[in-house]
Design a protein around this ligand. Structure first.
Ligand code: ZN
Ligand code: ZN
Length: 340
């Protein structure tokens, strides 16, 4: 069974999935996420279907695979972690524990060709609504301390399947980067009486690193961006997680995501990218921070300096990234608003 090992000293953990061997053998010519191939995945937990103009959440049952879906969620066939794990715990310095958790796939569109920079704003909103539901549901499950959500888009992003999808993976403890964000944010609030992200948002608003802004959200290239053309999207109003935002805010978030990703795709010729939802843990008494989304276009491989020392070399200043991304995203937004 899969195991989760921890470093001798550092706060790092590594998942060794149960299915390491089968991974390479499973690539077939057929896309398992396309309509008509529903039998190639696990049964759907949610199939979002539009019936008479209304959204309905259905799920597959034995002998009945729901067709004509807009969004479809199921358990991954190649999970990083599984909920019925019987591997053993071992002690330091060779610490390991069962890689216990859920790994679900949310297919974002029935159309194989439409990636996240091409689906409609309405479809993006459907994706976010279903994602909110899934996160809420998973937090009610046993041994779920953190629910992560992220997108690997394009072959260079680490995915084997190019059909647009979101990964939802749970952990029985808070992952190290989220823990450290929460800890540092908490420390800043204690020392300064204000949230560091609220400060950053007011600093970046209408400044040289702003990419795009809507009623409720702002996209900007961070002051100390690690990667070329990296950008973040924050709710302007302090909020700790995606599950707390309203339907109206979801529509607005869908708009800024679609406009910035569309702009990035035009400008950088459809790069592979990773999109990460940085959400506060939702368990009681956990430390919270200002939630946001980070987008990392995959343009250059990491070098020894980054891997060995945690020091990044970025050849594109965030001011230049923001200028170019902003111009392209504004054109995209004008088109989106124009056709709606
Ligand atoms: Zn497909
Ligand atoms: Zn804040």
């Amino acid at each position: 069974m899969g195991e989760l090992r921890k470093d001798y000293v550092m706060e790092k953990f590594v998942v060794f999935p149960d299915n390491i061997k089968t991974k390479q053998n499973n690539i077939s010519d057929q896309c398992p996420y396309c309509p008509g191939n529903e039998h190639l995945t696990e049964p759907s937990l949610v199939s979002l279907v539009i019936k008479e103009g209304m959204l309905q959440r259905l799920s597959d049952s034995e002998g009945n695979l729901i067709k004509n879906w807009e969004v479809r969620v199921f358990n991954s066939k190649q999970p990083c972690l599984v909920p019925n794990n019987s591997s053993l715990y071992t002690e330091q310095p060779l610490y390991s524990e069962p890689a216990y958790g859920y790994h679900q796939i949310l297919v974002a569109t029935p159309n194989h060709q439409d990636d996240f920079s091409k689906i409609s704003v309405e479809q993006w909103a459907n994706v976010l609504l279903v994602l909110q539901d899934r996160i809420r549901h998973l937090y009610t499950q046993k041994r779920v301390t953190y629910v992560s959500a992220f997108i690997n888009s394009g072959i260079g992003s680490g995915t084997e399947i190019t059909h647009a999808h979101v990964n939802i993976v749970t952990f029985s403890e808070v992952p190290p980067m989220i823990e450290s964000t929460a800890l540092l944010s908490h420390k800043f609030v204690n020392e300064n009486g204000t949230c560091p992200s609220c400060v950053a948002i007011s600093t970046e608003s209408d400044g040289p690193r702003q990419v795009l802004t809507t009623d409720n959200f702002i996209a900007f290239c961070p002051w100390a961006s690690l990667y070329a053309y990296q950008f973040s999207i924050y709710p302007k109003k302090h909020s700790t997680t995606l599950t707390k935002i309203s339907q109206k805010e979801i529509s607005d978030l869908a708009m800024i995501l679609r406009a910035t990703l569309g702009g990035m795709a035009h400008m950088l010729d459809n790069p592979s990218f990773n999109l990460i939802f940085q959400l506060s843990p939702e368990k009681k008494n956990s430390r919270q921070f200002h939630w946001h989304i980070e987008i990392f276009p995959q343009l250059y491989p990491l070098t020894g300096l980054e891997k060995g020392f945690g020091v990044f070399v970025n050849n594109v200043l965030p001011e230049k990234s923001a200028l170019e991304l902003g111009s392209s995203a504004r054109k995209e937004l004008a088109k989106l608003v124009g056709v709606e």
